[in-house]
Ligand binder design. Structure first.
Ligand SMILES: [Fe+2]
Length: 273
């Protein structure tokens, strides 16, 4: 399954005409994967959604046991998230973590709509059942810190510098893994593919979701051939043979449950011809 940012953005803009953050705590559009026996998830362990916040809006503070993170897509200055009192800016390409049981709320004090992609391990927590959720009943979180660096914030400018420094693999693909020791269930990576480069064809027992942050390309997955552009999201269920090829300079964000599979000795990977 693939979801196009252009479709998501249009739907959220329409929703923005009707639904306020007062009515809906979060204005988000869930990427339900209708292939197979899924009931609401994007892949077996992860759910994704596009989310939009309009200028002047405030998405109330809450906390939950599922781990969550955001990949910022678009928005002017003034869009930010507060995590346990820490104010973290949201600039296009930035990744922000809101780990298990951390209070989080979102704000837009700018002039343009803010759009991002949410990733959560909700389906896994749902399966195992330790699901807890708490609201702060509308009280804004007091901001106690506005750091220039934080373990829960990965600015895109730093990501791009690290990608440029990363040693390319045999296929010429540069990859980095974000340092997220607070997450035990999901692992985050960025991949840079120069024009014409392709990943090796492989399959793994890990389930992943890819989101494009720059460029365009093609994903071949099973019998599908999917053309992606910036902001599009691709579900890669476990054991699907796949390869990604860049048409022009492309960057992909990957959210995978590989760390979980590895830690319970269920990770298997195969290179395919
Ligand atoms: Fe949340």
């Amino acid at each position: 399954m693939m979801w196009r940012y252009a479709d998501g953005k249009l739907a959220l803009d329409r929703a923005g005409d009707w639904i306020s953050t007062e009515l809906a705590e979060r204005r988000n559009l869930v990427m339900y994967n209708s292939v197979g026996d899924n009931d609401y998830n994007t892949v077996k362990t992860i759910i994704c959604a596009y989310q939009m916040i309009k200028p002047g809006e405030y998405a109330k503070s809450h906390r939950h046991t599922p781990n969550a993170l955001r990949l910022m897509l678009d928005g002017g200055a003034g869009v930010y998230t507060v995590v346990n009192g820490v104010k973290l800016p949201m600039i296009a390409g930035d990744v922000l973590l809101t780990p298990n049981w951390c209070w989080h709320s979102h704000y837009n004090e700018g002039k343009e709509n803010g759009y991002w992609i949410d990733f959560l391990d909700v389906p896994l927590v749902h399966l195992l059942e330790p699901m807890f959720f708490e609201q702060d009943h509308g009280k804004p979180q007091p901001v106690t810190e506005e750091p220039l660096k934080h373990d829960f914030w990965f600015p895109y400018a730093s990501t791009q510098q690290e990608l440029a420094r990363a040693k390319p693999d045999a296929q010429g693909v540069r990859s980095i893994t974000l340092s997220t020791p607070v997450f035990k269930t999901i692992e985050l990576r960025f991949h840079h593919l120069a024009a014409g480069k392709a990943t090796r064809k492989r399959r793994t027992t890990a389930s992943s979701v890819f989101a494009c942050t720059a460029g365009e390309g093609t994903v071949r997955a099973g019998n599908e051939r999917l053309e992606f552009a910036r902001g599009d999201v691709i579900a890669m269920p476990a054991w699907t043979p796949f390869a990604i090829e860049a048409r022009n300079d492309a960057v992909l964000f990957e959210c995978t449950d590989e760390i979980l599979l590895r830690n319970i000795d269920l990770l298997r990977e195969e290179d395919l011809a």
